[in-house]
Design a protein around this ligand. Structure first.
Ligand code: TRP
Length: 337
């Protein structure tokens, strides 16, 4: 049986946090242990440039994200683990795809529409104020990421589903014009993957500035857990686990029976200070060994770079000949035959 190709990328604009870990990275690493799966996991650094024009931040984020995957034990003998920008065939494919993509399709992209809507809130504003072409055609670059490696399954958050639907449209259009070159990718939204709330009780996200970095030092990590907002119920007063940020995070790390036990303690009026301690211990037990490895890796970026170079070689073993066939399909080839 041919292995299922599972592909996903992370945009390199920030430091990985607990939400990225429980929502995306942990399930992806789990999936990579399935022998029927060939994972392609990459750092989407070209995507980063769309919203981040601070070179040092893009560089640092790429390093941190790569170190995170490796520290968490991604098996790079099975997974192809690479940096998007190390595969120049991806932007080349992006162009080929752009030329079969209706502009109207891109007009409907949520991210672009949201940016326009925000501009239109201010009377007299140009609707395209501050919007670069990268943002507008973001879904085409994402389609190139997927179609280059014939991805079958693409695990993503709900906000990305539309992009995969667009990639399916674009792939079908290309196949229709030039023959069956691309597999049609499918979005996989893991309903069990945890969505974690941040320090202020909103979804944990770098855009809300409410994150808990995954590999903060143990001391800082504890401090951040202590900063998570709770209500003002006193110790001894019964508390509702529903909607409680602490409980939600605990659930993403604990077994079913542990969750049940904690629900019981909520009913009995566990003190918030005590719950924070329990939560810290629970998460820390899971991530402490990886944290050690993370710091060791961050101290030897050379080792990380080597892994990425190896990943790039594996990726290009596929992308170079594939791109060659795409060039030929569209009529770009030597004039001598
Ligand atoms: N756009 C995705 C995000 O911000 C990251 C990404 C880039 C991606 N290319 C991809 C995800 C291809 C899946 C497949 O989360």
């Amino acid at each position: 049986m041919r292995k299922q190709i599972v592909l996903t990328g992370i945009t390199t604009t920030g430091t990985p946090h607990l939400g990225n870990y429980a929502g995306a990275i942990r399930p992806a690493i789990e999936a990579s242990k399935n022998a029927d799966v060939r994972p392609f996991y990459f750092m989407a650094d070209y995507h980063a440039l769309i919203k981040c024009q601070e070179p040092e931040r893009v560089r640092q984020s790429s390093l941190e994200i790569a170190a995170t995957w490796l520290a968490l034990g991604l098996d790079t003998s099975n997974a192809v683990f690479y940096r998007q920008s190390d595969v120049p065939e991806i932007p080349e494919l992006c162009w080929m795809l752009s030329c079969v993509t209706a502009k109207g399709l891109m007009n409907r992209a949520h991210a672009y529409k949201a940016a326009v809507a925000e501009n239109e809130e201010v009377e007299g504003n140009d609707p395209d104020k501050g919007i670069n072409l990268g943002l507008f055609s973001y879904p085409v670059l994402m389609a190139a990421d997927m179609l280059m490696f014939n991805a079958n399954k693409v695990p993503v958050g709900k906000d990305q589903i539309q992009h995969i639907e667009m990639a399916r449209d674009i792939a079908s259009r290309f196949n229709h014009l030039y023959g069956e070159h691309f597999a049609i990718p499918e979005a996989v939204v893991d309903e069990h993957a945890a969505t974690i709330l941040g320090l202020d009780g909103r979804k944990m996200s770098k855009s809300y500035n409410n994150t808990i970095p995954l590999f903060e030092t143990e001391k800082k990590f504890k401090k951040l857990i202590n900063k998570i907002k709770t209500n003002s119920l006193e110790p001894g007063e019964p508390k509702d686990p529903k909607g409680c940020t602490l409980f939600g995070i605990y659930k993403a790390f604990a077994s079913e029976s542990e969750v049940e036990e904690i629900s019981q303690r909520y009913a009995e009026g566990i003190a918030w200070g005590e719950m924070k301690k329990v939560l810290f211990e629970k998460i820390n037990a899971e991530i402490a060994p990886a944290r050690e490895r993370y710091y060791a890796l961050m101290d030897s970026p050379k080792h990380i770079e080597e892994q990425l170079q190896e990943g790039a070689i594996k990726a290009r073993e596929i992308s170079v000949p594939f791109m060659q066939s795409i060039r030929e399909a569209v009529g770009i080839s030597p004039v001598t035959k």
